[in-house]
Design a protein around this ligand. Structure first.
Ligand code: SF4
Length: 123
């Protein structure tokens, strides 16, 4: 999805990568999507730190996608604070329970698939 038909699209992926189980899942899902070429994972902490290069990249991207573990929306809010509105996925709104989620390959695959299906349905 990052490139198609000569029209280069830049899709940047940000995981909250929080310490909790759902934060862990967000990180692994984003890494998987990045590996699959669905987009390019980049550092949300750099956005939070105010690093200008990362902020400019976000502003110049075709699409920014945040994957947050829970409804504290840390990744999404980090982008919104610098004036970028991302497409937002929140794992606790996708069926996972914070503090009760097993971080397994199956969980990662299932969430990754849901995101891909949602994105493909809007193309
Ligand atoms: S969104 Fe939730 S899981 Fe992710 S870093 Fe913030 S508080 Fe932690």
């Amino acid at each position: 999805m990052s490139e198609c038909c000569g029209n280069e699209k830049t899709v940047l992926l940000y995981a909250c990568s929080g310490a909790s189980d759902v934060g862990n899942v967000s990180d692994r899902v984003a890494r998987g999507l990045s590996r699959d070429g669905f987009g390019k994972m980049t550092c949300v902490a750099a956005i939070g730190a105010g690093l200008s290069g990362f902020i400019e990249s976000a502003k110049g991207a075709t699409e920014n996608i945040t994957i947050d573990g829970c409804d504290k929306y840390c990744a999404r809010l980090s982008l919104e604070r610098v004036g970028v509105t991302p497409k937002s996925y929140v794992l606790t709104e996708m069926g996972l329970k914070k503090g009760e989620t097993s971080v397994t390959d199956q969980t990662i695959r299932s969430i990754r698939q849901k995101i891909i299906q949602t994105e493909e349905s809007v193309i």
